[in-house]
Design a protein around this ligand. Sequence first.
Ligand SMILES: Nc1ncnc2c1ncn2[C@@H]1O[C@H](COP(=O)(O)OP(=O)(O)OP(=O)(O)O)[C@@H](O)[C@H]1O
Ligand SMILES: [Mg+2]
Length: 276
Amino acid sequence: MLEDLRQLLRRDQVWPFLLEPVPPAIDVSHRMILYVEGLTVSFDGFKALNDLNLYLEDGELRCLIGANGAGKTTLMDVITGKTRPDAGAVFFGQTLNLLERSEADIAALGVGRKFQKPSVFEAQTVYANLELAMKMNKGIWPTLLARLTPEQRDRIDQVLEIVGLDHRRGLAAGALSHGQKQWLEIGMLLIAEPRLLLIDEPVAGMTAQETERTAQLLTSLAGEHTVVVVEHDMEFVRSIAKTVTVLHQGAVLAEGSMAQVQSNPAVVEVYLGDSQ
Ligand SMILES: Nc1ncnc2c1ncn2[C@@H]1O[C@H](COP(=O)(O)OP(=O)(O)OP(=O)(O)O)[C@@H](O)[C@H]1O
Ligand SMILES: [Mg+2]
């Protein structure tokens, strides 16, 4: 258990355990859950994001594509409060200015982020990993051995079902396949019932079958959650995409259905040209 706590403190993931008692409601009365406007991020004079605009509808699944260095991860870093921009605005719903909030605050408001590398607690069972996520989320940090309520156990069961690991609940996470670890980590994010999920390169390193299962999982999460997926695997993007946003040199180059962006000459030239 102590080793788990050490591991937890080393994690990149920000757990929303420094919660506001009651997080403010997210005003999606205009159907939009995220507004990103005029976002510019400079690193030593180099603009990783350059006057970028992005609008997400509540419950949509958006794919974000673009060549290496286009600014995809930097955009996620700004939305989650990890990187502060030089200019621009980021609003969660109509009213919540994310640029005024800390990383922990933003997580607590309901923005969940999945980094590329899975970071589950290998020595713990699948169930124990979700239990830990629940305790972190509920802010019962000092009392990790406290018992969960029946409602919390129900939520864990529900999440196990959603991510397809119900039959693996008693298995040590370290014994899972790479794909299953990724699903477990998505499950750990789902415990907090986030409104917006940002997922960076989920299928890298997965088998074809795991990739297909991940496509089903992410598609099923949309609706209840708004999901942003960054991925280089065009086959995968094609299989899940409704709306695709193409980033190029820190700005939006094109946006539309997969068919629309694929036939956009500028996109073909700078990105899709040699990946089809
Ligand atoms: N902390 C940083 N300091 C300096 N430059 C950075 C930093 N973070 C990102 N960059 C640069 O900003 C640009 C955008 O990087 P970013 O990681 O956002 O790209 P990406 O679209 O996620 O690429 P990939 O597909 O390779 O993951 C790159 O040129 C990168 O080298
Ligand atoms: Mg990246």
